[in-house]
Design a binder for this molecule. Structure first.
Ligand SMILES: [Zn+2]
Length: 298
């Protein structure tokens, strides 16, 4: 006979079983996102994360990912606070990223840090880390040269040749950008010279109302959601003007939190299927060719 007690018992054991079988990132606590929402984060760093080694820092990030339901992230730039790294420092940062990814191969992929200021070095570093190494994309490129400079062309050509995306740092700062700091307009210039390139604006200007308009007609430019305050209306406008297929979630951890950045998408007044694309579907689509080449899980 089914009474309240057996029902409760069955329910509890069922829930416990479901919870035990769930992967950590499938448990979303009181989040409004459904359990089958596979969140991939395109924009993550080891900077401002506790830990003495890349492995310790990545372990900390994994604990945070489990709490908020992030399955996988794309890691770049390591953790140096130096804003103008030399080629040796850039190489060291890429090594740190590869160490972190190696320690958690089913939670993170690496993305190579490059600079058009050191073009020859950067092409060698691309070959070392991506062509012959484990990494799966380019960027976040954050350099003292804007993304429209001619020395970005060979880097864009490498991305097209291996069919992988670039993540490009850019802002539209109210007080003016730093010298050499890219704007969304610079990203569009590069994208127009390379129609087969897929390039993501890392921050969509910060001033997203301007940036979304700036990139709207360049169909190979994507709006990244990372690294600005979680203001309402951003994701809604991006979906309306670009289509959900061109909007990509990223957090910019450790400079920002997962929760504040996921909230932009979770709280947006867009459909569940749009949220699926933004939180992971679009990134998996862009990375599928290179993940297959490398033999990684999609
Ligand atoms: Zn960043």
């Amino acid at each position: 006979m089914l009474n309240r007690r057996t029902l409760l018992k069955g329910f509890c054991s069922g829930s416990a079983l479901a919870l035990a079988q769930a992967k950590p990132w499938e448990f979303r606590g009181d989040s409004g996102l459904s359990g089958n929402m596979r969140i991939w984060d395109q924009h993550a760093h080891l900077g401002s994360v506790p830990g003495d080694t890349p492995e310790e820092r990545m372990a900390f990030l994994v604990r945070c990912m489990d709490r908020v339901g992030v399955e996988r992230l794309i890691l770049s730039q390591g953790y140096s606070a130096d804003e103008h790294p030399t080629p040796d420092q850039i190489r060291q940062e890429n090594d740190r990223v590869m160490r972190a990814v190696k320690a958690f191969p089913d939670r993170a992929y690496g993305s190579v840090y490059l600079s058009p200021v050191y073009l020859d070095f950067s092409l060698q570093e691309f070959d070392r880390c991506v062509r012959d190494g484990p990494m799966v994309s380019i960027g976040e490129i954050e350099a003292e040269a804007r993304s429209n400079v001619r020395d970005m062309d060979p880097i864009a050509e490498r991305a097209v040749a291996m069919n992988l995306p670039i993540l490009q740092h850019e802002w539209l700062k109210a007080g003016g950008n730093e010298p050499g700091e890219s704007t969304p307009f610079d990203v569009v210039e590069l994208a127009q010279r390379h129609p087969r390139l897929q390039i993501v604006c890392a921050h969509t200007g910060g001033n997203w109302e301007l940036a979304i308009r700036a990139i709207r007609d360049a169909k190979n430019v994507y709006a990244g959601t990372a690294g600005s305050d979680p203001t309402s209306g951003f994701v809604e406008m991006a979906v309306r003007e670009l289509g959900a297929e061109r909007v990509i979630y990223g957090s910019d951890v450790g400079g920002r939190s997962f929760a504040s950045q996921i909230a932009k998408v979770e709280g947006a007044n867009v459909s569940e299927s749009d949220k699926k694309l933004i939180l992971g579907g679009n990134l998996r689509r862009l990375l599928t060719p290179i993940l297959r080449v490398k033999g990684y899980k999609v």
